[in-house]
Design a protein around this ligand. Structure first.
Ligand SMILES: *Cc1c(COP(=O)(O)O)cnc(C)c1O
Length: 333
């Protein structure tokens, strides 16, 4: 395999660096899915991670990889979602501080959650783009260090530690199902899994609505796609036209990318709740969704599914559990 931006060795180093600072989340067999699929199906319960998603792995590894000087200056990002939460927590835990820039349109509950995790919140402008301009200003004028949500070697290496834990828990795993957006998780997990177990297939899963990595892989270079609201909101956003790390890794390492409808994702969330007793956000349910929808073809060995996060609005979760299949369709209340 030609050398990619992040190697198995980088991921093993990340695992040692973050040990004791992030949870080693449980890996459990799903009786319901194993019976349905005819092969053992294991669930990596990463939605139980501190801050509610795997993003703490990458953020913690990235903050710990900075020099003491850089850490003292502080880190900055424009994410209001799971990366923003993770970075806020990781910076505080390592004696640094995160500044999270967000637009005036971000709901108050998100603002107070990020504040509660110990970050400085800066509210600027009316869009994510304007918030990013403020990030760039803080980097240029105040020397803060920008840590992006996926396209960064230390972030990818941190997310890859999840892959090491999966192969350790299920050494004969034949297929790993990974939620896919910017590709930090998929790139890291695929590098770890294939480094340890070269014949294991790694499959990226994302929503039909706005699948930027899939469109980019098909085009052979990073492309922009229109953003549409989805149950899997954590999978929204582009991969960056100047993508430096995750596009090449996903192209080299992923065996397939499968797109799921809103109804399939809703069914995945309902199965997680009703059968596994787990509250999972849309992005975290795509692996279960693909299995339930029979989208993987014939399975020839044990399957591992990453449940990547649980930060869903509980009102929305309740609506999905009660049977709504597409709360974000055009004109829906
Ligand atoms: C960020 C995120 C993803 C996608 O991760 P990428 O590294 O952007 O591909 C999947 N699930 C959840 C819950 C996330 O927060």
């Amino acid at each position: 395999m030609k050398t990619l931006p992040v190697t198995l060795t980088d991921i093993e180093q990340a695992a040692r660096r973050i040990e004791g600072r992030v949870l080693r989340t449980p890996f459990v067999l799903s009786a319901a899915l194993s019976e349905r699929c005819g092969v053992p199906v294991g669930l990596k319960l990463e939605h139980h991670q501190t801050t509610g998603s795997f993003k703490l792995r990458g953020a913690t590894n990235a903050v710990l990889s900075l020099s003491a000087q850089e850490r003292a200056r502080g880190v900055v990002a424009a994410s209001t979602g799971n990366h923003g939460r993770a970075l806020s927590h990781a910076a505080k835990a390592e004696g640094s501080v995160a500044t999270i820039c967000m637009s005036r349109l971000v709901p108050q509950n998100k603002v107070s959650e990020i504040r509660r995790l110990g970050a400085n919140v800066r509210i600027v402008g009316r869009s994510q783009d304007e918030a990013q301009v403020e990030v760039d200003r803080l980097v240029a004028e105040d020397g803060l260090v920008m840590l992006p949500p996926f396209d960064h070697p230390a972030i990818v290496a941190g997310q890859g530690t999840l892959g090491l834990e999966i192969v350790e828990a299920m050494p004969d795993v034949a297929t790993v199902l990974v939620p896919l957006s910017g590709g930090g998780l998929a790139a890291g997990v695929a590098a770890a899994v294939k480094g340890r177990s070269p014949r294991t297939r790694v499959i990226g899963l994302t929503m039909e609505r706005g699948a930027a990595m899939k469109a980019s892989l098909d085009a052979g270079h990073p492309v922009q796609v229109e953003e549409v609201a989805s149950l899997a909101d954590s999978l929204g956003g582009g991969i960056g036209l100047a993508n430096a790390v995750t596009f090449a890794m996903c192209r080299a390492l992923l065996d397939d990318v499968i797109l799921l409808t809103e109804a399939e994702i809703a069914a995945g969330m309902r199965h997680a709740y009703e059968e596994e007793r787990e509250v999972v956000e849309g992005a975290g349910a795509v692996g279960i969704a693909a299995l339930l929808a029979g989208r993987l073809g014939r399975l020839d060995g044990p399957v591992a599914v990453i449940l990547s996060g649980r930060n869903v609005d509980m009102g929305l979760h309740r609506r999905v559990i009660n049977g709504e299949t597409d709360p974000f369709r055009e004109g829906a209340a």
